[in-house]
Ligand binder design. Sequence first.
Ligand code: FE2
Length: 209
Amino acid sequence: MSLQTLFPTQIYRSLLPLAFRKRWIPSLVKETKLFRDLDDEGRAWSREHYYGGYTSYSSITDLAFRSSGFADLKQWIDREVKKYASSLELDLGAGRLEMSALWLNTMGQGCHHSFHLHPLSTISGTFYLQVPKGSGEFKIEDPRLSSFMASPPRKKTAKLANLRFFSFIPRVGEMVLFESWLKHEVTANQSTSERISVSFNYDWIPARA
Ligand SMILES: [Fe+2]
């Protein structure tokens, strides 16, 4: 008898080392609020498309080039993405993975981000700067969900690998990485404080000719 687990969905979670959490996070939170204050275009876009929150997704996506603090964070993220790509055994040929966007998210009371994916990118993720109690979960769904027909639900006690949905409450200084095709959502912030994070995409860049 043999039972094989095929086509696993791997997500990668990593905690920024304590010394850096202490040194970087308070200033990155401050910077986030400064960028938000300066970003008229992003605040206007968010009023239309991001109820109860602010995101620089449509306006400022090059944070690592605007701020030395976010540039330092990017260097750490780059290293973690390399480890994740290695675990996925990606064959990039002569190409490489490169961060294509890094943007800010602040989610006030009631703000949520429904299921979506990040088209055209290879690896995406989020790093958490402020996570008040009750400010929502990061939730992913089984990517095969749309193919299920007469497939029964799984037991409440099912092993992690057999679940159809998985969610967790991130910690401050934690990062989650996933393949960009994986649908994910952030459930509603039910606290009165803001949840603050930065999100990013890495694209597969072919070798230069
Ligand atoms: Fe996302």
